[in-house]
Structures are given as C-alpha cells and as structure tokens.
Design a protein around this ligand. Structure first.
Ligand code: FVH
Length: 296
C-alpha cells in the first residue's frame, strides 16, 4: 500500500457515504484521476474541491472510465443505480456488503451486460482506510483477470486478499468474520452486564476480559483442526459433559445478578443438545463437536 510506484490509473466510484468518501480520499491523495457520483449530490462537493470529477448521473460516471467501483448501502441500491447503464467492456468492483448469493447473482447480472465483475468485502471501518498500519483489507472474489489488472489501484485504500473465482466467496469470508465478531461482542456484553451495580468498575474488568479472550483464541485453530479431521475426542482438555454441567453456574449467576441470559443461552443450549444426542459418545468431546449441529 505504498503510493509511490503505483500507476495512477483513472477510476470511477459510485457511492459517497462514509466508506465511499474514505475510499475516494485515498485514491485522490495517491494521485488517481477519480470520477465520483452520489445519489445525494451535496456529498460530492468536498471531494470536488480535492480534485474529483463529479458526474451528474451514473451513466456519465460509468462512461468516464473502465474501472468502476461501487460502495453503496446494499445490493438493491446497486441494481437501482446501474439500471439502464451501459456496462459493456467495464470492470465492476462491488464493495457493497451483501450475501454470497447476492454476489453470485450480481456477477451473473454484470456478465450478462458485458462487464467483468469482482465482489469485495471490506474488513475495516472508514477511519482505517488509507492507513496501512490499521490492518484494513478487502476480500475479493470473482474475476481473477479483473483483480490482476487493477490490483495496484485496489490496494491503495486497503490491503487486498483474493479468495477465489466464486463471486460469492468474498461475501462469505466477510460475513463469517463479522459473525464471529458479533458472537464475541455478545459474550463481552454479557460479562459487563454481570458486574453492573457491583463495586467493580468496567475498567477493572476490561484488561482481565481482554487477556482471557486472547487466551481462548486458541479455539479458532482447534475448531478448524477438529472439523477437518472430524476427530472431536482426541486430546480434549475441557470436555463437553463438564462444560454442560458448568453452564448451570453461568445461568444461576446471571439470575442472581438480575441479568438476562439471552446472549448466553443459544450457545449453552447448543452444547446441551450435542450432549443429549448421544451422552456416552459425546460427553468426552471438545465443544467444537457442537458446530456440526448448526447446518440445516
Ligand atoms: N462504514 C462501515 O464501517 C462499514 C465497514 C465495512 C463495509 N461497510 C459497507 O460499505 C458499504 C457503504 O457503507 P457506508 O458506511 O458508506 O454507508 P453509508 O454512509 O450509509 O452510505 C450509503 C451510500 O449508499 C447510497 N445509497 C443508499 N441507497 C441508495 C439507492 N437506493 N440508490 C443509490 N445510492 C444509494 C447513499 O447515497 P445517499 O444517501 O448519500 O444519497 C450513500 O452514498 C455498505 O454496504 C456497508 O455495509 C461499511
């Protein structure tokens, strides 16, 4: 993500919300000729002052260049924005968050209109864009040829990780990471709720909770290894029967503290369901075995 040796190729950006504006600024700062369009034109004013060409319509914006980046609210807004726009010969990079299915359908839709298509999932927030040290990156999937042709431009705002030619996979990786994040947020929220009203400051709990969650991060690789080998019993350090028995303590503590267990019970219930399905076979398992119950 160093700007110095990057060819300054022109591009078009549709969508100037918080993320689109952050992306635009990094391309402008790196010297890329940039054409922008936004449904609400006022949001383009500041970027015009910074050197962007402001298009009056999506048709005009798309006509301005071969590489067209979309950063809109959702997949529906992508369809609405590009309705009736000639996409022949264009390279579309869609950084709008969507589902894997939406990514695949949008890729087929773009190809039917004569465009190459690569979907993207942004792993970062607007303040992390254009800041290499922030660790922000984007998952890309879909047309490898498109990605290779524009890689140096795409790497200006954030790192780029190409995850395959299935246009749904960028969204799948994105949502998998976000889903893990929300599970983590749920546990953190419950932990802080437990100490509210006690003589324990959130600031006292915070470093201990961070340290503990860091230590428990081993579960990510442990789960991956066990799901690959389908071996949920060898070398188990905290077995399922013990964890299910212990879950009663967590629930009684929540009740004693006057805290709803609504963020906790789905996972505790899943562990119990795995144990109840075959107590003898599953009591000595690692909790990763419960993952197998989730697919419908
Ligand atoms: N901001 C973030 O932290 C996250 C980080 C990870 C990736 N997401 C996704 O990025 C997409 C854009 O997010 P955003 O933060 O820029 O979102 P907003 O600030 O709400 O801007 C939305 C833009 O979409 C335009 N828009 C909405 N509906 C339509 C429509 N029907 N037709 C055309 N444009 C539409 C909106 O235009 P306007 O309201 O200014 O007229 C904004 O340009 C998003 O997928 C995140 O999930 C961000």
């Amino acid at each position: 993500m160093t700007y110095d040796n990057v060819p300054k190729r022109p591009l078009t950006l549709l969508g100037l919300g918080d993320m689109g504006t952050a992306l635009a600024r990094t391309w402008l700062a790196a010297g890329h000729p940039l054409t922008v369009w936004n449904r609400t034109p006022a949001k383009a004013a500041a970027l015009a002052a910074e050197g962007a060409v402001v298009a009056a319509s999506p048709v005009e914006a798309v006509a301005a260049g071969d590489l067209v980046v979309l950063c809109l609210l959702d997949d529906a807004s992508v369809g609405q924005t590009l309705e009736g726009v000639d996409l022949t010969g264009k390279d579309l990079v869609n950084l709008t968050t969507g589902t894997p299915g939406e990514g695949r359908e949008r890729a087929a839709w773009a190809q039917a209109r004569g465009a190459r298509f690569t979907d993207g999932g942004i792993m970062g927030t607007p303040v992390m864009i254009g800041v290499p040290a922030s660790g922000a990156y984007v998952f890309y999937s879909g047309s490898r040829a498109l990605f290779d042709a524009h890689r140096s431009t795409l790497e200006v705002p954030a790192g780029a990780r190409f995850v395959g030619e299935d246009p749904g996979h960028a969204a799948l990786y994105d949502v998998a990471l976000l889903s893990g994040m929300y599970g983590l947020f749920a546990g953190i929220s419950h932990a802080f709720a437990l100490i509210e009203g006690e003589d324990i400051a959130p600031k006292d709990l915070a470093p201990l909770l961070s340290e503990w969650l860091g230590a428990m991060g081993f579960f990510v690789d442990n789960a991956a290894d066990r799901l690959t080998s389908r071996d949920f019993t060898t070398g188990v350090v905290s077995n399922l029967a013990m964890q299910v028995a212990g879950s009663g303590t967590l629930l009684r503590t929540a009740a004693e503290q006057g805290v709803s267990a609504e963020l906790l019970t789905p996972y505790l219930d899943l562990m119990r369901r795995r144990l109840d399905a075959a107590p003898e076979a599953h009591s000595g398992e690692d909790t990763a075995g419960a993952i197998t119950l989730l697919r419908r």
